[in-house]
Design a protein around this ligand. Structure first.
Ligand code: ZN
Length: 165
């Protein structure tokens, strides 16, 4: 798995050093939403523009740790140009990837992992996540999960505020 972990680390660093879709959009028509993670001091500001059921454009500013900023960049690349329902699906899948592992870590620390509970894991379609799968390593460090989900929660909030199904 070392090769894969190296690849994942490279993807995260690449998005941290060269963030995609960095910048702002005029409001309106774009919708602006802020996210803040007090645990780590991460900030993201999202500018989301919808057009006819599609997330037609997204820009992100902010500052924080490499996980929060690369997650935001990876997210922007993954959702731009996608239908709203696809975007909603990606948000669900990404958050499932984060929360499932969080649950498993909790079980491991209790030492109660001998009953095959891991087979209860809901299937997370890592292939559908593409490069986003690089962030799954974050779940080994539970304190960083909020860094990774910050921009996704902000995106979900912006869709809710716009009223996009
Ligand atoms: Zn952080």
């Amino acid at each position: 798995m070392t090769g894969l972990e190296d690849l994942y680390r490279e993807i995260i660093l690449d998005h941290y050093r060269s963030p995609r879709n960095r910048g702002e959009l005029p409001v309106p028509p774009a919708h602006r939403v802020e996210g803040f993670n007090p645990l780590c001091g991460d900030e993201v500001v999202l500018y989301v523009e919808l057009d006819d059921g599609t997330l037609s454009d997204i820009r992100i500013t902010g500052q924080g740790c490499s996980i929060s900023q690369s997650s935001a960049s990876l997210m922007s690349a993954a959702v731009k140009g996608k239908s709203i329902s696809k975007v909603r699906g990606l948000i669900r899948t990404f958050k499932a990837m984060m929360s499932i592992h969080e649950t498993c870590l909790g079980e491991d620390s209790e030492g109660a992992s001998s009953n095959g509970a891991s087979s209860d894991k809901a299937a997370v379609d890592l292939e559908a996540l593409g490069e986003l799968a690089a962030l799954q390593g974050v779940v080994k460090f539970p304190v960083r999960i909020k860094c990774a989900t910050l921009s996704w929660n902000a995106l979900a909030q912006s869709l809710d505020e716009i009223g996009a199904g």
